[in-house]
Design a protein. Structure first.
Length: 436
């Protein structure tokens, strides 16, 4: 194992955001061991810290955004790619705007600034995740494979298929990620748009401050008023984006990544899967189980008992803001005897109840709410999207929207194999538990 690293001194970078066009200034600061990569919004009434990890991802078209509550930082992928390529484990990234600057529409300026600051080793081993089994994410005809890799490090192959567009065509590039290979082959590769997309964006007021000379705008003949830095610059930039998105795993990824036609959305799905697997592996190594709360500890918090206890274990907790639990659905469930004979389907109301129970475990993470019982008040925007049947594993998540002394409000979701089975916003009254 190698040691964690941070930067030796402070550095700055400034410019306009690629999408919003607002001026932004970034300050890089050294961070202590195990701090990870942390973005700090300094333009808010109180500074907001957002860890650059997959659970903090927010949905945003064509870019990567992380969020904490109502505060977000957009277009972080180029900065994260440079941090990852330079093998920086711990760093604070302060920014005074909602979007990071995008000088050159590549990540080369981020790389240069960080490299110039120099690195210092710390006294703790790097956090690494070694891919030990294949993981696949797919959307339409786009796919990413995460595979074991015997040679160590991170190897990426990207197949960019614009076969119907003569300005780009099909491009394939493969590389083993090192600081040297990134600087030589990837850092200066720029973002690109098809000419039709660029016109649509500017008609909507997006990116109006940049033109074809600052970003690759490509028509059937190639770049408009510009030239390629590499004959296959487009696929190289796709790898840069992928490296930046994989940084959200929160530790150095070791393995082989093979991508076909993927973009930020699919990259982020893979980052979430790898993050969850890394968390699971670390819990097993530390505790001998992947559960943060096993069934015995859950029973000490929740009053529910057979046949109405619908959470088997908790596998993620982030303070009192987010929780993830598991319910294994088996044919032995009592409700399958009558719902329905011959076609067993888990009642939707029980899926909602399972989400509510996970929420109760989330509220109990706040010290002053220990001994409180979460009693359901109302349910809004309830959607049952997929039948849950014997053999399914429900992944239950709850995110706090409001949490007060006597009331709470959560956004909940139940997933099966990565597909949403149910979702709802649930309000609770918090009352004293007579068992406490």
């Amino acid at each position: 194992m190698s040691l964690q690293r941070t930067i030796k001194s402070e550095g700055k970078i400034a410019g306009k955001g690629m999408f919003g066009g607002k001026d932004a200034r970034v300050t890089f600061r050294p961070a202590p061991e195990d701090a990870g990569v942390v973005f700090v919004r300094t333009d808010t009434p109180e500074a907001v810290r957002i860890d650059a990890v997959a659970p903090n991802l927010a949905e945003q078209s064509r870019r990567t955004t992380i969020k904490k509550g109502p505060v977000s930082v957009e277009t972080v992928e180029h900065c994260l790619a440079a941090i990852s390529a330079l093998e920086i484990d711990n760093v604070v990234v302060e920014v005074d705007a909602a979007e990071l600057p995008a000088p050159d529409c590549s990540c080369v300026e981020y790389f240069k600034v960080l490299k110039r600051l120099g690195m210092t080793e710390q006294q703790v081993d790097r956090r690494e995740f070694v891919i030990s089994k294949p993981i696949t994410v797919t959307a339409g005809d786009a796919t990413i494979y995460a595979l074991p890799y015997a040679n160590g490090g991170l190897n990426i192959t990207y197949d960019l298929d614009y076969g119907g567009h003569t300005g780009i065509g099909r491009q394939i590039f493969s590389c083993r990620l090192t600081p040297e290979s990134f600087e030589k082959n990837l850092a200066s590769a720029r973002s690109f748009l098809l000419e039709a997309e660029a016109r649509q964006f500017q008609a909507r007021g997006i990116g109006k401050h940049i033109g074809p000379r600052e970003i690759l705008v490509i028509n059937s003949d190639g770049p408009v008023k510009n030239t390629y830095r590499f004959p296959n610059e487009c696929v190289r930039h796709k790898i840069v984006d992928l490296i930046g998105d994989l940084a959200l795993v929160g530790r150095a990824v070791k393995g082989r990544i093979v991508a076909y036609k993927s973009g930020h959305s699919l990259n982020q799905q893979l980052a979430k899967r790898l993050y969850e697997e890394a968390q699971r592996q670390e819990r097993i190594e530390k505790f001998g189980t992947d559960a943060i709360l096993d069934i015995r500890r859950i029973q000490k918090v929740l009053p529910h008992r057979y046949p109405f206890l619908l959470v088997d274990k908790i596998i993620e907790v982030e303070g009192d803001t987010r929780i993830k639990g598991v319910k294994n659905v088996t044919f032995n469930e009592q409700f399958f005897q009558g719902h329905f004979p011959g076609t067993p389907i888990m009642p939707g109301v029980l899926i909602v109840e399972a989400m509510a129970q996970v929420s109760g475990l989330l509220f109990a993470q706040r010290l002053e709410l220990t001994g409180k019982l979460a009693v359901l008040l109302s349910m809004d925007n309830v959607k049952l999207r997929k039948a849950v049947v014997p053999g399914d594993q429900l992944i239950l998540t709850a995110e706090t929207l409001k949490l007060r002394k006597r009331t709470a409000h959560c956004k909940c979701r139940a997933m099966v194999s990565g597909v949403v089975a149910a979702e709802a916003q649930i309000k609770f009254m918090l009352i004293d538990d007579e068992r406490a």
